[in-house]
Design a protein around this ligand. Sequence first.
Ligand code: GLC
Ligand code: GLC
Length: 812
Amino acid sequence: MKYGHFDDDNREYVITNPATPFPWINYLGNEDFFSLISNTAGGYSFYKDAKFRRLNRYRYNNVPMDDGGRYFYIKDGDSVWNPGWKPSKTELDKYECRHGMNYTKIKGEKNGISAEVLFFVPLNTWAEIQKVTLTNTSNEAKKFKFFSYNEWALWNAASDMENFQRNFNTGEVEVEDSVIYHKTEYRERRNHFAYYSVNTEIDGFDTDRETFVGLYNSHEKPQVVLAGQPENSMAHGWSPIASHYIEVELNPGEAKDLIFVLGYVENQEDDKWESKGVINKTKAKEVIAKFNTTAKVEVAFEELRAYWDDILNVFTLESGDDRLDRQVNIWNQYQCMITFNFSRSASYFESGIGRGMGFRDSNQDLLGFVHQAPDRARQRVIDIASTQFPDGGCYHQYQPLTKRGNDEVGGGFNDDPMWLILGVTSYIKESGDYTILDEMVPFDNDESLSQTMFNHLTISFNHVINNLGPNKLPLIGRADWNDCLNLNCFSKDPNESFQTTENNSEGSKAESLMIAGLFVYYGRDYIELCKVLNKNEEATRAQKEVDAMVNAIKENGWDGEWFLRAYDFYGNKIGSKENEEGKIFIESNGWCTMASIGAEEGMCEKALDSVKERLDTKYGIVLNNPAYTKYHIEMGEISTYPPGYKENAGIFCHNNPWIMIGETELGRGDIAYDYYTKIAPAFIEDIQELHKTEPYVYSQMIAGKDAFKPGEAKNSWLTGTAAWNYAAITQHILGIRPALQGLLIDPCIPTKWDGFKVKRKFRGYTLNIEVQNPNHVSKGVREITIDGTKIEGNLIPVLTEGKEYDVIVTLG
Ligand code: GLC
Ligand code: GLC
């Protein structure tokens, strides 16, 4: 069964049945003010930080699912319905939800009334606009009652859900004209309030939840709506809400727009009050006035569309396959922007109160985002680097509002430093801007400890070699990329987190082959950077270290048919044929083959053949095999998951691209692309019922072959999967790869392809690239011409800004 389809011309996914297998969501806003919105208008908004500045209350894991949102109720005679079907779930004559690039349109129709709502956050605006278009599609005049509804969160989303002895007393609102203001805690330490307005006179309102919904009712049947009569209630403590009441009359064929604005305002300390106890509403009124007509809203909406046109015009593919084109040109890029904005903080699987921005996650996210807005990537990577410790270690996470490292999680994840090299070099490769290396960047957020960004990279590189174990391989610390391989944290206490429990790293022999491969791969980028900067001595030194690591991997990291995964605390092998379970892992085999370690000796080919044989499944490549069936305390969290889920033999989509890239290094384009299509959303649209999560974005995990329901996905949207799949397809399969000295063209495609076309904007000029594959090979560039002139090799050097060039690439 299918619940919707793609509309590529509009860059939308169109949902036609509201009862999707899981709420299918979208994100609004792209700089400061954000919203999550499901296909039935559930979700919430926040300013910058989903934990500390939550505007609306949302109930995770609630019964029914997806409870809380911006709801509009229509009471037409005895019938009560919502344009998005929920919460009343009255059957609609028509329903459609269109999720687009940072906007969502939801339309419901019932008994001759159509209600369409456009939701978006205009550029540079701290507010969500909800433009409601009500149309009388019948032949007779219609008179009905219209209610808006939104429940306020008391700002800190964590305490909002637990500290009721206080919360039930603090709620405060003001109502002026058609605007409901939420000002809880504004009297004390807060300099911010929220508001909800509509651009018409209202016939009543409510601000107290119990009055509106009824203590023993639900959002499905609020008593005020059933009665068709607002109470003009004022909230004092308990749970403040905002509901407008409007009586609507429409002649046959007549339409009317109502524009709602849900916004956030900050005031200076000395400017907080208009008079005693009355908040200063000036800024809110300015925003409301800016969007108080349909024409103004349409202009703002067009601006948003234009913004996305610009972003998505940087890389456009014509492959001849709609599925691939929509992945590359629309949805994968969109997801990359979303992961850049949110890291792993707020989705329908991340509650917004748990994790902040991840050091390793955010650096990897840059890989898929940097071409979209290089300036924002630049700032981000500086923010990230500022949380690094002077010895090269890193705070594993930081909070976006304060940009400071999180003490509760701390550091000790020994892969973190290398990802900074990825983040910074990705930025330079895209932009050609080397000045970032001269920026003075703090350590541990302490300005007095600042050093240049280049030094941060040197210190990151050194952190790995300063922390080697008995096999000359990198010590793992609390964990490497695999958060659940906690070889130094032997937790017996079920109340502790595996990542932050006691750390036995001292005296431990636990080493990681994944970090080893990562070090070689990005170590080479570091060396190249040194060379371009004429730091030849440093380049030579670094080269020696990388060579030594390659040797250590070949000597101590090869298991005969594949690369080992790790050595544990006691020095025992993990991911070896000697193990009973978990004989082979994906990560080390990905990174070591990406770095072509032992390629001459046939190690890469063997390793990838073993991956194919033991880890490949119909729905993607599982993380390890055989799955752990018993709990191994010395391995940490990994074996706490039942077989087939998450890091215990789930299909962890984030790391599948590492194998794809490894395959492209071997020149096996058919296999690489086959792996790509197994997990790419547009290619598995037909199994959406099994897959469960949104068919337009990647999920972090798909249940593996040992799971109860192989193929079922969880944890959609916020995952490194987005950036890595984008890198795998664009940079390694299509092979259009930014490099320090220009744009490298090195495709590795399925042999049956005749070629493809890409329009790439790069460092201020445009390349119309046509790749031709007359001999049906996978890899190997025979010739490149730029405007008819042949060039040497396959690197397109830096060209002239503002110009457009035709590039013909012939393979084989
Ligand atoms: C999650 C984490 C990421 C980690 C991965 C594997 O995606 O955000 O940091 O690398 O899980 O454990
Ligand atoms: C990552 C892993 C998850 C683990 C978590 C710990 O998200 O995927 O399994 O529990 O990190 O922070």
